[in-house]
Design a protein around this ligand. Structure first.
Ligand code: KIV
Length: 270
């Protein structure tokens, strides 16, 4: 009898880390088993991002996302996939207070979902925690630049690095998470030359979102690139028009029901 760990061969954290400067790393977010199964065919890693609070649950920001919700969606994505490394976001309030609290919550996420790594936001200020987690067996993907969990402090979702005086801080953040042991870092909403400079300077892969083509990989929110969100950030290339397609299908169904044109038992629809 084969066990799950014998039959499932997922991308590992060291394999992703080794892609620095190599073949670009493909990643997307996913929150459900069915979309994750499709994404799994093409992505090197899948992020169960806390963006699910806004994208799926209609929240105004990611600040209100609870740990249990991340765990529930993390489990679904792990169940739906076989190949990609699964990374689960630590939500706001579950890791900032102390390395001990971060460890407790990160371990809970890993044990309950079966994911391969966690992601948390912050640079220099989170370096001690990143070191604490990685030294205790928890692989950490860092996230710097525009960090949505701090949107209240940042005054909204603003592109970072427009003022060159701030570059030094962003560069210090990237170096701090690298030295603390993060295996990769998401650079979100950052002016292109800054993201490009950071990518050249640090030893771990950078994963860009609204950052630079020079990043070692790219990530997008799946619903954004599928045209499922009524609003998408300017930098997103929309590869599908699922929103209008769903609306068309739902309207046709509603028309069929109202006109009593609904299929009968002996009509076969595939
Ligand atoms: O929560 C999320 O989806 C993210 C990506 C935007 C990187 O953190």
């Amino acid at each position: 009898m084969s066990t799950q760990s014998e039959t499932i061969r997922r991308n590992t954290v060291p394999q992703i880390a080794k892609r620095k400067g190599g073949e670009p790393i493909v990643s997307l977010t996913s929150y459900h088993a069915h979309t994750a199964a499709i994404v799994d065919k093409y992505a090197d890693f899948i992020l169960v991002g806390d963006s699910l609070g806004m994208v799926m649950h209609g929240m105004d920001s990611t600040v209100g996302v609870p740990l249990d919700l991340m765990i529930m969606h993390g489990k679904a994505v792990v169940r739906g996939t076989q190949k990609a490394l699964i990374v689960v976001d630590m939500p706001f309030g579950t890791y900032e207070e102390s390395p001990n609290i971060a460890f407790r919550n990160a371990a809970k996420i890993m044990k309950e979902t079966g994911c391969g790594a966690i992601k948390l936001e912050g640079g220099v200020r989170m370096a001690e925690t990143i070191r604490f987690l990685t030294e205790r067996g928890i692989p950490v993907m860092a996230h710097t630049g525009l960090t949505p969990q701090s949107s209240h402090v940042m005054g909204g979702f603003k592109t970072q690095g427009r003022d060159k005086d701030t570059w030094e801080d962003h560069i210090a953040d990237a170096h701090a998470v690298t030295e603390a042991g993060a295996f990769a870092v998401v650079l979100e909403g950052m002016v292109e030359p800054l993201a490009s400079k950071i990518t050249k300077e640090i030893a771990i892969p950078t994963i860009g979102i609204g950052a630079s083509v020079d990043c070692d990989g790219q990530i997008l929110v799946l619903e954004d690139m599928l045209g499922l969100n009524p609003w998408t950030p300017k930098f997103v290339k929309v590869y599908g028009q699922l929103g209008p397609m769903i609306e068309k299908a739902v309207k046709e169904y509603a028309d069929d029901v109202r006109q009593r044109a609904f299929p009968t038992e002996d009509e076969i629809y595939t």
